[in-house]
Design a protein around this ligand. Structure first.
Ligand code: AKB
Length: 338
């Protein structure tokens, strides 16, 4: 008998940490795939850990043969900055890896006769605004606007949203025995995420969490974007809540494939001000990297998340003030024993 379980890919990443802790508390057996062995504290929470790549279809077949997966959180990805240095690898992991996972989920759904719920974190990188003037003018961007990403990662995310929709609704539509609907694909477009317990790597929204963690560790930080830079951000607990909530929302209420999520959109300078107030010895300077700045300038300052709120009750706990007062500062102080 195969055991009914949840599969988490990219389990060692920032979202994986928070998500596994949350899922473990609910008692559901968890199976993970990550390119690196899980940290011991995480490994203790999972039923089975597979170390390997999502591009390895033999590995996915082993998971399929041993576990009855009815929920997938497909988190594995190369983020935007890293993807610009290795676009072919980004495509392989972000697109071909996702295609493998969708195919895997389709076969799981076929084998146990129920649709597999497939959660996919897309990103504000799926947007591409042509210039700063437009960014200032358009303000709260809706899901179907400005879908012209400038990064490999953004292109990968946008395309995979469409792949998910294809598997859910149109898979092999010309076959005599069309089997669409084995994958129940659900997707959020995450803002830049800030965790108090982990530090990201390889992203372009990383300036926000990097600034906070560097200040807490007493290290100097040279911010690579201008002080007036503004993109949507969200705390990690709210991101985890959103994934878990969307996973359990009734299918018939979902009117979109990909949902915007918004929490707060401070400028880099506003973040710096709070960080400096909290850690008065923080040494933050501005050393703009024009290329990374261009990427962040192509992302919207704010997104419209009306549909997520309406369809499945998305409601972030933390606005900008609460994010610092109630989550980041107390948790970071504890983490660095301040
Ligand atoms: C990145 O910076 O690449 C990610 C994202 C915004 O999706 N954090």
């Amino acid at each position: 008998m195969r055991t009914s379980s949840v599969l988490v890919t990219g389990a060692n990443g920032e979202i994986g940490h928070g998500l596994i802790t949350r899922l473990a508390a609910s008692g559901r057996p968890i199976v993970t795939i990550d390119i690196a062995p899980l940290e011991p504290a995480l490994a203790r929470l999972v039923r089975r850990e597979f170390t390997g790549s999502i591009t390895d279809t033999a590995l996915l077949e082993r998971v399929l043969s041993e576990f009855e997966i009815d929920l997938v959180f497909h988190l594995a990805a190369l983020l935007s900055t890293r993807s610009e240095f290795t676009p072919m690898t980004a495509h392989e992991v972000n697109v071909e890896g996702t295609l493998n996972l969708l195919e895997f989920a389709h076969h799981e759904g076929e084998s146990h006769g129920r649709p597999v719920v497939f959660l996919y974190p897309s990103s504000i990188a799926a947007y591409g605004l042509p210039d700063l003037e437009t960014k200032t003018r358009v303000h709260r961007v809706r899901e179907d606007e400005w879908n012209t990403p400038t990064t490999m990662y953004g292109c990968n995310k946008l395309y995979c949203e469409h792949l998910g929709r294809y598997y859910a609704k149109h898979y092999k539509q010309l076959a005599a025995d069309s089997t669409a609907g084995r994958v129940d694909f659900r997707c959020v477009r995450f803002p830049g995420l800030i965790s108090a317990v982990t530090v990201p790597s390889g992203g372009t929204s990383d300036y926000a969490p990097e600034m906070i963690h560097a200040a807490a560790r007493g290290e100097p930080y040279a911010c690579f974007v201008r002080p007036d830079t503004r993109i949507p951000l969200m705390t990690m607990p709210d991101a985890i809540d959103a994934l878990v909530r969307l996973a359990s929302g009734p299918r018939e209420r979902l009117t979109r494939t990909a949902y915007n999520l918004a929490a707060f959109s401070p400028t880099a300078e506003q973040i710096c001000d709070v960080v400096q107030k909290t850690f008065p010895r923080a040494a933050i300077t501005w050393q703009v990297d024009p290329k990374r700045q261009r990427i962040v300038d192509s992302w919207p300052a704010e997104v419209d998340d009306t549909t997520a709120r309406r369809d499945w009750g998305f409601a972030p706990r933390y606005d900008f003030k609460a994010a610092f007062d109630d989550y980041l500062i107390p948790t970071i102080r504890e983490r660095y024993s301040l």
